[in-house]
Design a protein around this ligand. Structure first.
Ligand SMILES: [Zn+2]
Length: 282
């Protein structure tokens, strides 16, 4: 006999076999359905828009994909400050490339050119450049890496400061890492990508060393403690253990280091200790 049997006579027969408890599975399903309706799955293209620029080298207008910063949700940061976002790897979109003449730069340094630099870029890139397609809905990692390479070539031709070269190399390393981490762990291309990432990190580190010695702060928008923290982590990755330890010591003991950065430096110091142990046990 069911809990509600006997209700038939009141015209409530449909409840005869009803259960007092809600069917959890169906209510969970209902909630999921509701969530789906409320928040349709975000796509990379929803976070992007076409931004217009006037090229400082060829004077023509062009469009390229940019990220709507307000729509990005930061999930975490790697120890070398690479931001990881939900839905979209925004690091892919930080190079602005003129589709007509090839002039390319990370956003931070776009357009700040002397007459000599404009002339050199025009004759050494623009005159040979066969054009690039900026019109796709999203950039693949390879589209992005190609644009970073153009930005690096541009920085060499314009004889950019070491800080600009360092920053461009660092961000390119981040994009290569993004590609590497997006692949299946068994993918045979991973080793090569890791080698390319480390090459970028080597160049970034060497340029940051020169920048810190010869340029005025801030360097690539970073204060002294942040640059030193970053360099310490790059040095650790490059197995320059003494350099890493020295820089970390400076960050940790500096009176002007913020608590958060100090905590991150202490974390890297632990990683460094483990690396040295592993290295000595080899
Ligand atoms: Zn141009």
């Amino acid at each position: 006999m069911g809990l509600f049997s006997g209700l038939e006579k009141f015209g409530l027969g449909k409840y005869a076999e009803a259960s007092l408890m809600e069917d959890k599975r169906s209510s969970v399903r209902d909630i999921n359905e509701l969530e789906k309706k409320k928040a349709p799955e975000k796509k990379e293209e929803d976070i992007l828009f076409d931004k217009r620029f006037i090229c400082p080298v060829c004077d023509l207008e062009f469009k390229t994909k940019c990220v709507r910063a307000g729509k990005l949700k930061l999930l975490e940061k790697d120890t070398d400050l690479r931001p990881v976002y939900e839905v979209c790897d925004a690091n892919k979109y930080d190079v602005i490339t003129c589709d007509k003449c090839g002039y390319s730069s990370v956003t931070r340094y776009f357009g700040k050119l002397s007459v000599r630099q404009m002339k050199d870029i025009k004759t050494q890139i623009g005159d040979n450049f066969s054009g690039i397609d900026n019109s796709m809905d999203v950039f693949s990692y390879d589209d992005a890496i190609l644009r970073y390479k153009l930005a690096l070539v541009t920085s060499v031709i314009k004889k950019a400061k070491n800080s600009e070269k360092a920053y461009t190399c660092l961000k390119m390393a981040w994009v290569i890492r993004g590609k590497r981490l997006s692949l299946d762990p068994k993918d045979t291309g991973i080793k090569q990508l890791y080698a390319e990432e480390m090459e970028c990190i080597t160049n970034a580190y060497n340029c940051f060393v020169e920048a810190l010695a010869n340029e005025t702060l801030p360097i690539a928008g970073m204060d002294e403690n942040t640059v030193k923290y970053l360099m310490a982590e790059l040095a650790r990755k490059l197995k320059k253990f003494e350099d890493s330890a020295k820089l970390l010591g400076e960050v940790i003991t500096s009176k002007t280091t913020h608590t958060r950065l100090k905590e991150e430096a202490l974390n890297v110091k632990e990683l460094l200790k483990e690396d040295i142990k592993k290295y000595n046990n080899k």
